[in-house]
Write a protein that binds this ligand. Structure first.
Ligand code: URA
Length: 199
């Protein structure tokens, strides 16, 4: 196994037996990541929902289906072309928002993933993910439409905030069009003259 895979699998093993916060008591399983760890694109959501908790993979429910469709239509990519994970790796009961101490307890895993994968671009999905990764008090409506330069886990990268697909499912056409234009923005940042997003 190559160094990247073995380091990520050590981190995933550590997460699988993590009991740093109360969510360890209610999860079915830890949802660590999905996709291609050699991609320069990393998508970050909020937390696993019911389906994800059962299947052990992020974004496999209804909002994940919409996300897959939009990523294909606007960026021509599938899960083989990007890496995807959540801010926290365990499902909060009743899908409530993660609590600040849960986010802090899980930060080590997210920063570890970012620093090993070293993406060029992070797409932050939704209010919670965008505010957390950008350490911002602004809501997603203000944040989206912009690109932020950040250093996370010793990696210089660009953050493209956009709506969460579950919000787009509820909000309809305008939000969908805005999310599509955010994905096109991310694609342009990634391509920079190349044809493929995955390295
Ligand atoms: N919503 C998220 O933010 N993450 C998932 O994995 C599923 C739904």
């Amino acid at each position: 196994m190559e160094a990247l895979d073995s380091k990520l699998s050590l981190l995933a093993d550590e997460a699988a037996s993590c009991s740093r916060c109360r969510l360890a008591a209610t999860r079915s399983q830890v949802v660590f990541s999905d996709g291609n760890a050699r991609s320069s694109l990393f998508l970050i959501g909020e937390a696993p929902g019911r389906e994800e908790d059962l299947q052990g993979r992020p974004f496999v429910g209804r909002s994940g289906k919409l996300l897959d469709k939009l990523l294909w239509e606007e960026m021509n990519i599938t899960r083989d072309n990007y890496y995807i994970a959540n801010i926290i790796k365990c499902r909060p009961p009743d899908n409530r928002n993660p609590l600040p101490d849960e986010v802090s307890a899980c930060r080590h895993f997210l920063v570890g993933q970012i620093s090993l994968i070293a993406p060029k671009v992070i797409i932050a999905l939704g209010n919670f993910a965008a505010k957390t990764i950008l350490c911002s008090e602004e809501g997603i409506t203000k944040l989206r439409g912009n690109v932020f330069d950040m250093n996370v886990g010793n990696v210089n990268l660009k953050i493209v905030p956009t709506f969460h697909p579950s919000y787009v499912l509820r909000a309809g056409a305008l939000a969908m069009a805005q999310m599509r234009s955010d994905l096109v923005r991310a694609k342009k940042l990634l391509l920079g003259g190349h044809e493929d997003i995955a390295t």
